[in-house]
Design a protein. Structure first.
Length: 289
């Protein structure tokens, strides 16, 4: 039968996909066959609908495409024209017309942005690319080692020594002996009238690259240190420590809630004694109606 991806069914399937990703059942760009089987069974239990694995995969691909498209759309808007209520770009028709040429299909987000955005972010953020190579500490991803090279290494400033005049240069000897010369070997000239020689340029550029790499590494390590207390692993360890054992209702609702950083921060701010009862109430609020 044809799949019915209503807003509610989409919300449920995203929850189930996120659960499998958090369990480590997405080794590459898709879930494992056994993970799809679990999604199928739980989706059927909650909705009464039985979809084939191919239909679930198609929905996964559709969600990934929408997330990547919306991510590019968000990055395109740099002028502050963002409608917070609708979670989408607030611009005139001409802007959207140009955007549609660069990001085919993005017009679907003109009236309403991506729904359930937090779920697709967990599912796809580390396996999608917006085409940029820029990095900042909030991304949680260190810069690629080659990112600094194009802006640092000035190839035009480098000269091949094979093309230089390598004839010995004669200078008066220290004794001032007539007709005698000394050879100046390995001496590189670098003044305003000549381009810098290869060795000196390379040394300068390598030093600059090293400085940039050191600063980037320092920033990244600082970010990791500060973020560790609210990482998914740290928070889920705290979930177990408060008595919410795997397989319990409290642990299940935690796997859904802790995908959001703000929820993780709230949870870690609670006393250890209050955490389990809070998870219980969250589960009851959602599933005991």
């Amino acid at each position: 039968m044809a799949a019915d991806w209503s807003e509610e069914n989409t919300r449920i399937i995203v929850e189930l996909f996120v659960k499998q990703v958090r369990m480590g059942n997405r080794p590459n760009t898709h879930l494992t066959p056994s993970a799809y089987e679990e999604v199928h069974n739980e989706f059927k239990m909650r909705t009464g609908l039985s979809y084939k694995q191919a239909q679930l995969k198609n929905k996964w691909d559709k969600l990934k495409n929408d997330y990547n498209m919306f991510k590019k759309l968000r990055l395109r808007e740099t002028g502050g024209g963002w409608d917070v209520e609708k979670n989408t770009v607030k611009q005139d028709p001409e802007w959207w017309k140009k955007a549609a040429k660069d990001i085919p299909g993005c017009g679907k987000f003109r009236k309403q942005g991506l729904r359930n955005e937090e779920g697709p972010r967990v599912m796809f953020e580390d396996i999608t690319s917006d085409g940029t190579d820029h990095w900042n500490p909030s991304s949680g991803v260190p810069p690629p080692s080659s990112a600094a090279l194009p802006n640092v290494l000035d190839i035009d400033a480098i000269q091949d020594l094979d093309n230089e005049n390598t004839e010995d240069q004669a200078i008066p000897s220290d004794e001032g002996a007539s007709g005698l010369t000394q050879k100046r070997l390995g001496k590189f000239v670098h003044d305003g009238s000549k381009k810098p020689k290869t060795a000196l340029v390379m040394q300068e550029q390598i030093t600059r690259i090293g400085d940039i790499a050191e600063r980037s590494q320092s920033s990244f390590e600082s970010f990791i240190k500060n973020d560790d207390t609210t990482s998914v692993k740290s928070v889920m360890d705290a979930v177990l420590e408060c008595g919410a054992e795997e397989g319990s209702d409290e642990h299940y609702i935690a796997t859904e809630l802790m995908a959001r950083r703000d929820i993780r921060e709230i949870f870690m701010h609670m006393t250890a004694r209050a955490r389990k009862s809070w998870l219980r109430r969250k589960y009851d609020d959602k599933y005991s109606k």
